[in-house]
Design a protein around this ligand. Structure first.
Ligand code: DGL
Length: 261
């Protein structure tokens, strides 16, 4: 008898950043079918008012669920902060997993005195991060660095670009040699891990991708929704800029994400 198809996992972000989470998801759950939607037509989310991010997230989630998603992964710190709660209420019958800045592992690491958190202005401003900081930041000095404009530059598809280096120098340069670790609190930032290291030198970098992938496995298992091991996994990449060039960029960034993040 053929095994029952458990459906696909819908993953979304404001753009290419969520591909870093998708890479971790595929590594953790190789038998799953993933449909990834990047909202590049509306990126960046980090500079938008929460109501707008919520409306965009709702629209994407509704389309994925209508199509049969068995679970949703919000592969965006900003969208998670704004919309995870609402989407969990609206889609209470399926797992809705979010991503958050990896402050907890950074504070539990041996060197955790001064932790710099890079994120969008929205993520740092919203209550979810403030609660995370209250819970885990008590024994560390947490330095918040809103990296306005950075995700936007990464969206252009050239992680090694001089413009990115210049912006990193502006935001992070003043902290060189002064922090123990850096939390990459936006899913776009693991794509520029090398550039961040060049500016910051020998610091430990933390991102939330692997934790999100493990949590997705736990939630699918708990709901008895894991794909059977006989199923060949697959990945479909979609963008709200639905052009061959954009999709080629997504494929290239996804390959990069799988090798670097
Ligand atoms: N990748 C997103 C995040 O993790 C947001 C980037 C943006 O659109 O501003 O926050």
């Amino acid at each position: 008898m053929a095994e029952q198809d458990t459906g696909f996992v819908g993953v979304f972000d404001s753009g290419v950043g969520g591909l870093t989470v998708l890479g971790r998801l595929v590594a953790e759950l190789p038998h799953e079918r993933f449909v990834f939607f990047g909202d590049s037509a509306h990126a960046p989310y980090g500079d938008k008012p929460p109501e707008e991010v919520l409306a965009l997230s709702r629209r994407i989630a509704a389309a994925l669920v209508d199509e049969g998603a068995k679970a949703l992964v919000i592969a965006c710190n900003t969208a998670t902060s704004v919309s995870a709660q609402a989407l969990r209420e609206e889609y209470a019958s399926i797992p809705v997993i979010g991503v958050e800045p990896a402050l907890k592992p950074a504070t539990l690491a041996p060197r955790h005195r001064r932790i710099l958190v890079m994120a969008t202005a929205a993520t740092l401003r919203l209550g979810k991060f403030q609660r995370l900081e209250d819970r885990w930041g008590a024994n560390s000095e947490v330095i918040e660095v809103p990296c306005v404009g950075l995700a936007d530059l990464i969206e252009k598809g050239d992680p090694a670009s001089p413009a990115i280096r210049e912006l990193l120098e502006r935001y992070l340069g003043p902290w060189r040699g002064k922090v123990d670790s850096v939390v990459l609190g936006c899913t776009h930032y693991p794509l520029i891990r090398d550039q961040i290291r060049e500016v910051m030198g020998d610091v430990q970098l933390f991102d939330g991708g692997a934790g999100t992938a493990r949590e997705t496995r736990r939630r699918l298992a708990a709901a008895d929704l894991l794909a059977p091991e006989s199923q060949a996994g697959s990945v479909e990449l979609r963008s709200s800029i639905d052009t061959p060039d954009e999709l080629a960029l997504y494929r290239r960034i996804f390959e990069l994400a799988r090798s670097c993040c």
